[in-house]
Ligand binder design. Structure first.
Ligand code: PRP
Ligand code: MG
Length: 212
């Protein structure tokens, strides 16, 4: 019998809430994240614990059928992947921030500036749309430190509580996009797997309705 292969963030801010919602729909999963793969006991599902940034490519390649993932990651790396359900948790925004002591009047201020980010495609789309020429520095993490060490004039990163910006003396001046956890589907999903996904989605919808 077929099983639905679903990717969940291995560690990080989506992991716990992703496991929680699977649990709430009545799917019990054998083990924690020590193993990279786990099977559900009572539903035709296999869970793969993967790095966030790798998930869009796995979906595009069809090695994974579906994923619980941040919308911002899909926008950055997998624009052609469909979202079947918004899951209402892990809300955040992708924003541009500059040092608190710098003044800001409009987007035009970014012309010729150095921007550090882990989201180059998102930033480039934003710059193109606004006809801004800036220099990008692509960093994998701790992006908010870069203005303090003189590497960048501005940053684009995820903002959730805002505490990382605050601690690094940065002010949020532009919101590029809003994001939350979503259920995404591979463009290559098979018919049987799609039927399993539909029943998972149906269960998720009842949980989401009850949460409201
Ligand atoms: C994420 C993100 C921001 C921060 C936002 O970083 O890159 O820095 O969380 O959350 P906040 O607004 O609630 O402070 P994370 O700590 O996950 O680490 P990383 O940047 O090294 O990936
Ligand atoms: Mg960070």
């Amino acid at each position: 019998m077929s099983k639905l292969k679903i990717a969940v963030q291995k560690s990080g801010r989506l992991h716990d809430d992703s496991m929680k919602i699977l649990n709430e729909v009545g799917i019990s999963i054998d083990n924690g994240r020590d193993q990279l793969k786990a099977s559900a006991k009572n539903f035709p599902l296999e869970v793969f614990y993967l790095r966030n940034g790798d998930i869009p490519q796995y979906l595009l390649d069809g090695v994974i059928d579906a994923a619980i993932i941040g919308e911002n990651v899909l926008i950055e790396k997998g624009n052609s992947i469909s979202i079947v359900e918004k899951l209402g948790f892990s809300s955040c925004r992708v924003s541009l921030a500059i040092p608190k002591t710098d003044s800001y009047t409009s987007i035009q201020d970014l012309n010729g500036k150095r921007i550090a980010t882990s989201y180059p495609n998102t930033v480039n789309a934003f710059l193109d749309k606004n006809n801004i020429e800036a220099q990008l520095h692509i960093i994998n993490g701790s992006v908010e430190i870069t203005p303090n060490i003189g590497l960048a004039d501005a940053i684009v990163d995820i903002v959730s509580s805002g505490s990382t910006l605050f601690k690094n003396n940065l002010q949020e001046v532009e919101v590029l996009l809003q994001s939350e956890a979503v259920l995404a589907v591979s463009p290559q999903i098979g018919t049987e797997e799609k039927a399993i996904l539909d029943s998972l989605q149906f269960r998720l919808q009842s949980v989401l309705k009850a949460r409201k």
